[in-house]
Design a protein around this ligand. Sequence first.
Ligand SMILES: CC(C)NC[C@H](O)COc1ccc(S(N)(=O)=O)cc1
Ligand SMILES: [Zn+2]
Length: 258
Amino acid sequence: TWGYGNDNGPATWVKSFPVAAGTRQSPIDIVPTAAKCDTKLTENPLTVNYSPEPAMELCNPGLSVKANIKSKSVIKGGPLEGEYKLEQFHLHWGSADKQGSEHTLNGKMFPAELHLVHYNATKYSSFGEAVDKPDGLAVFGIFLKISDKPHQGLKSLTDVLSEVQYKDKSINIKQEYNPVCLLPDNINKYWTYLGSLTTPPLCESVTWIVFEEPIEVSEDQMKAFRALCCGECGSAPIVDNYRPPLPLGNRQLRASFQ
Ligand SMILES: CC(C)NC[C@H](O)COc1ccc(S(N)(=O)=O)cc1
Ligand SMILES: [Zn+2]
């Protein structure tokens, strides 16, 4: 099956998923000077209405760590038509701080990138129905950068990652958890473009919203992600689970700010 190794990594995915060679693939390199500032985005602010998730499920599907959301947490506005409902969030990270993010900023990689995955609940009845529709999904991309202080919101997760160290392990976070704690302070500054899932099946169904402001995590929190395993005890660590950027091609990258 697909992965991030030499024999099954991003360059091989096109064999089983021909859309990998499509015209609206993700991630991309974000070049702020090439983005068009669109006042329609500022006039129609992005609004986030997340709710606390009681007993949030955290799992290790083998190539990342993922939290599944049951509560009604929704977003709308900005580039979006209709209301999009939060389905799950997960991360991509590197084996070292110099790499790990999927989107890059003027060619620079961040140590990690957080994805909050939403589906168009106005038009579709489930994530599974929305996942392959051109207006099906909206994903928040949030860069992580290293600071000497741990990220308090992520701490509830990084403190228990050892309990989902192995593939197919899952736990419930006891304390109720509101994913709003993962967002940067300023969500009014973002870039947006039409793209895809960054892993197979690579569906061209995502309106990407990548925030300019990173969230700050500690080196110890990065080490906790890097201690997760791809399989059972003794298997390789989950690291460098990122797809390198694809060409923007004819797409317009829009900015919500000057
Ligand atoms: C075909 C469906 C039902 N299964 C899809 C599978 O869950 C993968 O879903 C996803 C969801 C989000 C992303 S990303 N990195 O672009 O945010 C990638 C794959
Ligand atoms: Zn992702």
